[in-house]
Design a protein around this ligand. Structure first.
Ligand SMILES: N[C@@H](CCC(=O)N[C@@H](CS)C(=O)NCC(=O)O)C(=O)O
Length: 214
């Protein structure tokens, strides 16, 4: 049975899972959960995603939520197809470097990139006003974090070493949003190594296929 991806094409985390499916050549069916109408809070959804968010997958009866966990599951299950090495297996040092890179994204990028996106996009969608001071604070922190990315990426091609991994891909949805119209933040292009890295990951066919609609 084809993998079912419950989510919405405009949702950043749904896009994240869809992009990994494409990298791994895993066919999937997008089952729309319209978060704009609150469908993610209905019991039929929360019985599978108790936090009332998207996405989750149903892989022939195996239900899993949390986009990063889903990506890891798929990369391990389909390690023999598509792009190799998206998650290192059976190599403690490579696994540790991957976990380091994944933690960098989760703790040094996502909270601040999300904070900026929350102020500039998500609040407006909810009829709330941008808090400019809060947004400037988030952006300043994000910039200091990206200075550290520049140091890392001066020594290696990708965040976990010289192979592309899921840890790089996890940046794509929010990073693309922050690079897009309405932001003009120039967060990636002003640092040469971050810029090279961002260009390499954001032009992958898997992401180009997903970013305008999973
Ligand atoms: N940690 C979760 C976050 C999921 C998440 O933030 N989903 C957003 C869409 S990208 C959502 O469902 N928003 C609607 C809501 O929270 O009610 C994951 O990675 O799957």
């Amino acid at each position: 049975m084809v993998l079912k991806l419950y989510g919405l094409s405009i949702s950043t985390k749904t896009r994240s899972v869809a992009q990994v499916c494409k990298e791994l050549n895993v066919p999937y069916e997008l089952v729309v959960v319209d978060i704009r109408n609150g469908e993610q809070k209905l019991p039929k959804h929360t019985q599978n995603q108790p936090f009332g968010q998207v996405p989750y997958i149903d892989d022939d009866g195996f239900v899993l939520y949390e986009s990063r966990a889903i990506a890891r599951y798929l990369a391990k299950k389909y390690a023999g197809q598509g792009t190799p090495g998206l998650i290192p297996i059976n190599d403690p040092k490579a696994e540790a470097q991957f976990e380091c890179a994944a933690s960098i994204e989760a703790f040094n990028f996502d909270p601040f990139a999300y904070g900026v996106a929350w102020e500039k996009v998500f609040k407006l969608r909810r009829g709330l006003q941008t808090d400019e001071a809060r947004m400037a604070e988030m952006l300043a922190t994000l910039n200091t974090k990206l200075d550290a990315y520049e140091v890392i990426l001066a020594k290696q091609t990708y965040l976990a070493g010289d192979n592309v991994t899921l840890a790089d891909f996890f940046h794509l949805p929010l990073g693309t949003m922050l690079e897009g119209p309405g932001f003009e933040l120039d967060i990636f292009s002003k640092r040469p190594n971050v810029s090279r890295w961002w260009k390499a990951i954001s032009t992958r066919p898997s992401w180009l296929a997903v970013k305008d609609g999973a």
